[in-house]
Design a protein around this ligand. Structure first.
Ligand SMILES: *Cc1c(COP(=O)(O)O)cnc(C)c1O
Length: 355
C-alpha cells in the first residue's frame, strides 16, 4: 500500500512531478538539453537570490558535501557538530584527508554566531561548514547571522552550507547572507525523487578551487564550470530529474515563494502545537526547524508500533535518529505537503494512541 511520507527525505512527490519524470529522453549534448539546463539554473538563481554559479550534480547531497570540501579546503575547516548530519561534514572531511576542528554543540541546541566567532578568532581556518537544518534534531541553525558575521570579520573564510533539508522550503538568500557554497539534494524540501543535487558556488569559492590540488574529477568546480558555461554537465546528467525540477520551479513560483515558506511555517506551527499538547518539543524553541519537528517521546510510546499502525492508514513518520531512536520521533512537514496533510496525520496518531 502507498504510504504518504512524513519522513525527512525522501518526501512525498506529487503526481505532476512524477509525470514530468516520464518524458522521452533527449541527448545531453543536444540543444534541447542545454535549453532545459539553462532554464532550470536561471530559475534556481532567482529562487536562491544569487548571481553566483549553480551546478547540477547527479548524486545524492553527500556527494556534493565531499565535492565542496575537496574544492574549498586548503588549510583547515571549522565544523560544528550539533547532530548526525553536521557530524557527517566532519567524517567526510577527515576521510578526504582534510584538517578540521570541531565545535561540539549539545543535541537539540543550535550553532550560534558567537560559537563560530570564538573558534575562528583562533586563526588558521580557511572555511567553516554549517548544517542549515539539522534533520536529526529538528534545529534550524541561524546561517544568516553566521554568514554575515564570517563575511564581515573573516573575509578569507569560506562559508559552506548543507541546506539539504531546508532548501526549497525555507528562505535562503545566498548572496546577501554571504554563503559561498550551498548544497541540497532534491528529495527533501524540493519534493522530487532522489538522485539530483543543486549547489551554489560563489566567486570566492570558485577562486579557492583554483588554488586547491587533488580535487578529483566528478565534483571538480573547474571541470563543472567548463561545461556549465555551455549549459551542460561533464558527465551524463540526471535528465529526468532535471526536467522534473524545471516543472517544480514553475510550480514554486506559481504558488509564490513567500507563500511556500509561509506554508512550511504554518505546518511547523501546527505540528509544534500538537506536540506540546501531547508530548514535548525536543529542541531549543528559539531555533526550531520549519521543515521537520523532533518530538520528545515523553509518553514512551512504541514508535515502531505507531508506524506500523500508520502504515495501515497510508502514512509513515520517522523514528528518532541514532541515539534518539525510540526517545524521539520526527514528523517532516516539507516539500509539497499541506497543512491539511499534517492535520490528517496527527488525527491518525491521536486515534491510534487514544489521545
Ligand atoms: C538527508 C540529509 C543529508 C544526506 O543527503 P543525501 O542526499 O542522502 O546524501 C545531509 N544533510 C542533511 C541535513 C540531510 O537532511
Amino acid at each position: 500500500m502507498y504510504k504518504k511520507l512524513f519522513i525527512p527525505g525522501p518526501t512525498h512527490v506529487d503526481d505532476e512531478i512524477l509525470e514530468a519524470m516520464s518524458v522521452p529522453m533527449i541527448g545531453h549534448r543536444d540543444k534541447l538539453y542545454s535549453d532545459l539546463h539553462g532554464d532550470v539554473v536561471t530559475k534556481l538563481k532567482k529562487f536562491l537570490q544569487t548571481d553566483g554559479r549553480i551546478y547540477l550534480s547527479a548524486s545524492s547531497s553527500t556527494g556534493m558535501m565531499e565535492g565542496s570540501l575537496r574544492n574549498c579546503v586548503n588549510k583547515k575547516a571549522l565544523m560544528t557538530d550539533c547532530g548526525a548530519f553536521s557530524k557527517r561534514w566532519v567524517e567526510v572531511a577527515q576521510l578526504n584527508g582534510k584538517e578540521v576542528d570541531v565545535i561540539k554543540v549539545d543535541m537539540g541546541q543550535a550553532t550560534t554566531p558567537e560559537m563560530v566567532d570564538e573558534y575562528l578568532s583562533k586563526g588558521g581556518f580557511d572555511s567553516v561548514c554549517i548544517t542549515h537544518n539539522e534533520t536529526s534534531t529538528g534545529v534550524m541553525n541561524p546561517i544568516e547571522d553566521i554568514g554575515k558575521l564570517v563575511k564581515e570579520k573573516y573575509p578569507d573564510v569560506l562559508v559552506l552550507v548543507d541546506a539539504v533539508s531546508s532548501m526549497g522550503g525555507a528562505e535562503i538568500k545566498v548572496d546577501e547572507w554571504g554563503l559561498d557554497v550551498v548544497l541540497a539534494g532534491t528529495q527533501k524540501a524540493f519534493a522530487l525523487p532522489p538522485g539530483l543535487c543543486v549547489v551554489t558556488v560563489s566567486e570566492a569559492a570558485f577562486a579557492r578551487a583554483a588554488e586547491v590540488k587533488n580535487k578529483g574529477y566528478y565534483f571538480n568546480f573547474e571541470v563543472l564550470e567548463k561545461y556549465a558555461v555551455k549549459d551542460q554537465t561533464p558527465a551524463t546528467p540526471a535528465i529526468s530529474l532535471i526536467n522534473a525540477l524545471n516543472v517544480q520551479m514553475d510550480r514554486i513560483f506559481a504558488e509564490g515563494v513567500e507563500k511556500r515558506f509561509q506554508r512550511h511555517i504554518d505546518m511547523a506551527e501546527f505540528v509544534r502545537a500538537w506536540t506540546k499538547k501531547n508530548f514535548d518539543l525536543y529542541s531549543d524553541e528559539n531555533y526550531l526547524s520549519t521543515t521537520v519537528t523532533n518530538v520528545d517521546n515523553t509518553r514512551g510510546i512504541d514508535v515502531v508500533e505507531l508506524n506500523a499502525e500508520l502504515a495501515k492508514r497510508g502514512a509513515m513518520l520517522s523514528n528518532g535518529y541514532g541515539a534518539l531512536k525510540g526517545k524521539c520521533f520526527r514528523i517532516a512537514h516539507m516539500g509539497d505537503l499541506q497543512v491539511a496533510d499534517v492535520k490528517w496525520l496527527t488525527e491518525q496518531i491521536d486515534d491510534i494512541l487514544g489521545l
